[in-house]
Design a protein around this ligand. Structure first.
Ligand code: ACO
Ligand code: PYR
Length: 552
C-alpha cells in the first residue's frame, strides 16, 4: 500500500484533440501515433487521442494504437453527452468511443444555462438527464469516466446553482474526475482560485481531509477536480496553476499550448512551474529533462515553426545577449536564470551583437575551444571590430560562423583555404522555359594555383555558389557534402532606394551541422558573395578542426 503523496498531480494531454483544433494545424494518423508515443515516454498519464465518432482518422488512430500500445499512459477518447431526447445506448458517437476499446473515456457536457437553452435548444432538466444518462451508460459498459464541464466558470458566474447541479449529475452517474473548463478563456486567476475552492470544498476533498484518508496506489477519493484552461486572456498557464493551488489534482493542457483560437494551457510551462516552483510531482526528473526535446519534436511533427521565445523550452529561453547579463551569468547563472536550463533539457546560449561586452566574446570564444581572458590584447579588438561591423549593418547573432571567422582573423589564426580573386555574374533576362537563367564565373587561387570556373544556376547566388564549389571541390572533396540551405536578404536603409545597403544571410550545412554567415554591401551580389564564401570557408574550418582545441 503506497500512500498517495498529497503533491501528486495527474497530467492530461489534449494535443491530439484540442491541440488539433488550432487553425493551421493538421496531423495524419502516423503523426498522431508518433506524438502519442512521445507523450507516453514523457510520462504523461492521460493522453486524449481524439473524438472517434467525429472523423475516420480518429477512429483509425485508436485501432492502430492497439497494435502498438503505449507503455504507461491511458489513451482516452473524447465525446459529447448524448443529444437531447435520445437514448445514450442509441447514440452512434457513444458507440464509437466504446469501440475505441479504452479503459477511460472523457465526456463533455454543458454547465452554462445559456448554452443549454440557446446552444442545445433544450431544457435545463433535459441537459442534466443528458449528462447523467450518458455517464451511467458508459459506466454500465465498464468505462471509467472523466467529465469535462464545458464553460464551467462562465456558467458558475451566471447561475451557480445550476452549474453545481450539472456536476452533481455527473458525480451521481459515476464520473471520477470533474474537469472545470474555462472554455472561452476569459477567466482571471483570482476567479479560478475562488471558484475551484468552492467546488473542492463541495467534494470534501480538501488538502486537510485528503491527508487524513488511507489513500492507496494513487487512488484518490471520488470525485476529484481537474482544470482545463484556454489562453484567450493569456492566463491559461496562470489559471491552471491557480486551480492546482486551490485543490485541483488534474491539469489538462497541450504541448506548446496548441489549441482552439489562442490555444490551451501550455504543458511545457505548466509542468516545470508545478514541479520546480511549486513542488508538485507530475513526471520523473529524467522525463522533465526531455521536455525541450518533446516540445521541438511535436512542433516538427505538426510542421509549425517552434516558438524560439517560449518559456523553458524555447531556443532563446536561456539566451543571454546584454553584456551585463553575460558577465554576471558567467560568474553565477542564478543572476539571470530562474532555473537551470538543463532541468528541462534546454541550454544556456550566449548571443553576440552590438549589445555585447567582453564577457560575450570570451564566452563565445570558449565554446570554440579558444581560451581568452579579459586582458588578452586581442579580446577588446574583437569586440570593437564586431561592434563597428554591426553599425555597418552586419548582424552576428544570426551569423555566428562569421563571428568565429572574425575572431580567428583577429587572433591571426584564420586559415586561408582559398582566395577568391574575382567573380562575374550574368543574368539572362530573356524568358526561357528552362529554370537556368544565371551564369557565374569565378577566379580562385588555391595552394598557388589559379582556377577559372563557370556554372549556371536558377538565380545569381545559386550560380555563384555552384561556380565556387566547382572550382574548389578537386582540392577539398568534402565540399561536395556542403549545401546552401537558406538564403535571406534584408534591405537595411530602404529610404535610400536602389542605393540602399543589403544584408545577406546564408545558411549552409554538411548533413550534420548547419551554420550561418553574413555579408553586407550596397551591391546585393557582393553581399551574397561575402556570405557564400564565408559559408564555404567555415565548412572547411569545421572539417579540419573538428577534434582540435585551439589554445591562444
Ligand atoms: C469545447 C470543445 O472544444 S468541444 C469539442 C469541439 N470539437 C469539435 O467540434 C471537433 C469535432 N466536431 C465534429 O466533427 C462535428 O462538429 C461533430 C461530428 C461533432 C458534429 O457534427 P454535426 O452533427 O454535423 O453537428 P454540428 O457540428 O453542426 O453541430 C454540433 C451539434 O452538437 C450539439 N452539441 C454541442 N454540444 C453538445 C453536448 N455537450 N451534448 C450533446 N450535443 C451537443 C449541438 O447542439 C449541435 O447539434 P444540432 O446540430 O443537432 O443542433
Ligand atoms: C472541453 C473543452 O475542450 C473545453 O471546454 O474547452
Amino acid at each position: 500500500m503506497t500512500k498517495t503523496p498529497s503533491n501528486k498531480l495527474w497530467l492530461y494531454d489534449t494535443t491530439l484533440r484540442d491541440g488539433t483544433q488550432r487553425e493551421g494545424l493538421s496531423v495524419s494518423i502516423e503523426d498522431k501515433l508518433r506524438i502519442a508515443h512521445k507523450l507516453d515516454e514523457l510520462g504523461i498519464p492521460f493522453i486524449e487521442g481524439g473524438w472517434p465518432g467525429a472523423n475516420p482518422k480518429d477512429v483509425q488512430f485508436f485501432w492502430q494504437l492497439r497494435e502498438n500500445p503505449l507503455k504507461q499512459a491511458e489513451v482516452v477518447p473524447f465525446c459529447s453527452t448524448r443529444r437531447p431526447h435520445t437514448k445514450a445506448g442509441d447514440e452512434p458517437m457513444l458507440q464509437a468511443i466504446l469501440a475505441a476499446g479504452t479503459r477511460w473515456v472523457t465526456i463533455f457536457g454543458k454547465s452554462w444555462d445559456l448554452h443549454v437553452t440557446a446552444g442545445l435548444k433544450t431544457s435545463l432538466e433535459e441537459n442534466l438527464a443528458m449528462i447523467g444518462d450518458t455517464i451511467e451508460y458508459l459506466r454500465s459498459q465498464g468505462r471509467r469516466v472523466i467529465y469535462d464541464a464545458e464553460h464551467w466558470f462562465d456558467g458558475y458566474k451566471q447561475n451557480p446553482d445550476y452549474a453545481l447541479q450539472t456536476l452533481k449529475a455527473a458525480v451521481t452517474a459515476g464520473a471520477e474526475w470533474l474537469v472545470l473548463c474555462d472554455t472561452n478563456g476569459g477567466t482571471l486567476p483570482h476567479e479560478v482560485s475562488q471558484i475551484v475552492s468552492v467546488v473542492v470544498k463541495g467534494t470534501g476533498n480538501t488538502e486537510e481531509t485528503l491527508s487524513q484518508l488511507p489513500i492507496t496506489n494513487y487512488q484518490l477519493p471520488i470525485p476529484q477536480i481537474g482544470i482545463h484552461t484556454h489562453n484567450d486572456s493569456e492566463m491559461a498557464v496562470a489559471n491552471a496553476l491557480a486551480a492546482v493551488m486551490a485543490g485541483a489534482k488534474m491539469v489538462q493542457g497541450t504541448i506548446n499550448g496548441y489549441g482552439e483560437r489562442c490555444g490551451n494551457a501550455n504543458l511545457c510551462s505548466v509542468i516545470p512551474n508545478l514541479q520546480l516552483k511549486l513542488g508538485y510531482s507530475c513526471i520523473g526528473e529524467h522525463q522533465l529533462n526531455q521536455l525541450t526535446e518533446a516540445s521541438r519534436f511535436v512542433s516538427e511533427v505538426v510542421n509549425l515553426a517552434p516558438d524560439e521565445h517560449a518559456p523553458f523550452v524555447g531556443l532563446s529561453a536561456f539566451a543571454h545577449k546584454g553584456g551585463i547579463h553575460v558577465s554576471a551569468v558567467e560568474r553565477n547563472p542564478l543572476t539571470y536564470e530562474h532555473i537551470q536550463p538543463e532541468l528541462v533539457g534546454n541550454q544556456r546560449r550566449i548571443v553576440i551583437s552590438e549589445q555585447s561586452g567582453l564577457s560575450n566574446v570570451l564566452a563565445k570564444a570558449k565554446t570554440c575551444g579558444i581560451e581568452l581572458d579579459k586582458d588578452h590584447p586581442q579580446a577588446r579588438q574583437i569586440l570593437q571590430r564586431m561592434k563597428e561591423l554591426e553599425s555597418e549593418g552586419y548582424q552576428f547573432e544570426a551569423a555566428e560562423a562569421s563571428f568565429i571567422l572574425l575572431m580567428y582573423e583577429a587572433l591571426s589564426c584564420r586559415q586561408q583555404f582559398f582566395e577568391v580573386q574575382g567573380f562575374q555574374v550574368h543574368c539572362d533576362l530573356v524568358e526561357v522555359k528552362e529554370t537556368t537563367n544565371s551564369l557565374a564565373t569565378v577566379k580562385v587561387a588555391v595552394n598557388g594555383k589559379n582556377i577559372l570556373e563557370a556554372a549556371e544556376g536558377n538565380g545569381p547566388v545559386a550560380a555563384l555558389d555552384a561556380a565556387l564549389r566547382k572550382a574548389l571541390v578537386n582540392f577539398y572533396p568534402q565540399i561536395a557534402d556542403f549545401e546552401l540551405t537558406d538564403y535571406k536578404v534584408r534591405i537595411l536603409n530602404g529610404n535610400t532606394g536602389t542605393s540602399a545597403k543589403t544584408r545577406a544571410l546564408v545558411e549552409s550545412g554538411n548533413g550534420q551541422q548547419r551554420w550561418t554567415t553574413v555579408g553586407v554591401s550596397s551591391n546585393i551580389l557582393e553581399a551574397s558573395y561575402q556570405a557564400v564564401v564565408e559559408g564555404l570557408e567555415y565548412g572547411l574550418l569545421l572539417h579540419f578542426q573538428a577534434e582540435k582545441t585551439l589554445k591562444v
